[in-house]
Design a protein around this ligand. Structure first.
Ligand code: AHM
Ligand code: MG
Length: 337
């Protein structure tokens, strides 16, 4: 078979975002593009180190050295540190919130810019040892007019974010991004060191066939969740039951949901009164992407993007995915109110 010639018109993430910004008009300064360039570099760094850590783990398993636990912890810290340093040095940020840091970082005057970035540097890290996909999640706000950058600039509803995305570290690194006009997916071409547009204009199918919950928590679930799960597992004929898929790594579970459709859920329950997932840097960015892809993201009773955070590490109940599937779930909540 003859090999296809390589494309000579590569759409890189930077090229794509820049063209989008120009299309939006004169207001664009290129600052967001520069900020996203910094985020891309951190994703490339983390991707490389996740791969290396996996190799070290394999060596450990073969009995050479046993550094698994330690290496894993290091990777969380490493990912956090590279992001903080790169975002600060970009000169485009004013406030940083990381899952790894108790307090927000207020950027000093000489490096200050107009954006605030909230992020989970390495989500799903309990999966590292098994080689399962993990990821970085981020959301971006612009500081409020007149603000010098305070915590109030990030204690705002997710609907006010100007961009959100995640990078999934799997067999390849995939960066999925929305700057508020649809969702696009880019794949890291390791030889070029560039994220190339591979999934333009991602739209969630209106209905899927997959549900993604940690059903091990069933004994704690509230009645609407239990009722919903029952309805998709024991549907009335001629409907067929849904398939279960749960990776336990939010980035991977949401990525599949965006591409294949269905519903992902991590509800609050009798044990975890506010749920498990973090509002600012897990729920908001994923809700932003879901809505931009044509889906719904709800707590069961309320649009996630409308929540006003009271603290940077708040948690919330999360259901997101295909419009019709999430609507079915919301009906179960209406029936129980
Ligand atoms: P983490 O930030 O401590 O890694 O926890 C978040 C992760 C998500 O990626 C995933 O959706 C969820 O926790 C899985 O939780 P569980 O193991 O309870 O199913
Ligand atoms: Mg997390």
């Amino acid at each position: 078979a003859t090999e296809e010639p390589p494309s000579v018109d590569l759409i890189t993430l930077t090229r794509h975002v820049l063209s989008e910004q120009y299309r939006l008009g004169a207001a664009a300064t290129g600052d967001l593009t520069l900020l996203l360039t910094a985020i891309q570099v951190t994703s490339k760094f983390i991707a490389t180190n996740v791969r290396k850590a996996r190799l070290i783990n394999l060596v450990g398993l073969a009995g050479e050295t046993n550094v698994q636990g330690e290496e894993q912890k290091k990777l969380d810290v490493l990912s956090n540190d590279i992001m903080v340093n790169a975002l600060r040095a970009s000169g485009k940020t004013a406030v940083l919130v990381s899952e790894e840091l108790e307090d927000a970082i207020i950027i000093e005057e000489k490096n200050k810019g107009k954006y605030c970035v909230v992020f989970d540097p390495l989500d799903g890290s309990s999966n590292i040892d098994a080689g399962v996909n993990i990821g970085t999640i981020f959301g971006i706000y612009q500081i409020r007019p007149g603000s010098k950058g305070t915590i109030e600039d990030v204690l705002r509803p997710g609907s006010e974010m100007v961009a959100a995305g995640y990078t999934m570290y799997g067999s390849s690194a995939n960066l999925v991004l929305s700057t508020g006009s649809g969702v696009n997916g880019y794949t890291l071409d390791a030889s070029l060191g560039e994220f190339i547009l591979t999934h333009p204009d991602i739209k969630i199918p209106p209905r899927g066939k997959i549900y993604s919950f940690n059903e091990g928590n069933s004994m704690y679930f509230h009645p609407p969740v239990a009722a919903y799960l029952k309805s998709i597992k024991y549907p009335a004929a001629p409907k067929s039951p849904y398939s279960a898929r749960y990776i336990g790594s939010m980035v991977a579970d949401v990525h599949r949901t965006l591409l294949y459709g269905g519903i992902f859920g991590y509800p609050d329950d009798k044990k975890s009164k506010s749920g498990k997932l973090r509002l600012l840097y897990e729920a908001f960015p994923m809700a932003f992407l879901t809505e931009q892809a044509g889906g719904i993201a709800t707590t069961g009773t309320k649009r996630i993007l409308d929540i006003v955070p009271t603290g940077i590490h708040d948690r919330c109940s999360v259901f997101l995915g295909s419009k019709e599937d999430v609507q079915d779930l919301m009906k179960c909540y209406e029936g129980n109110n």
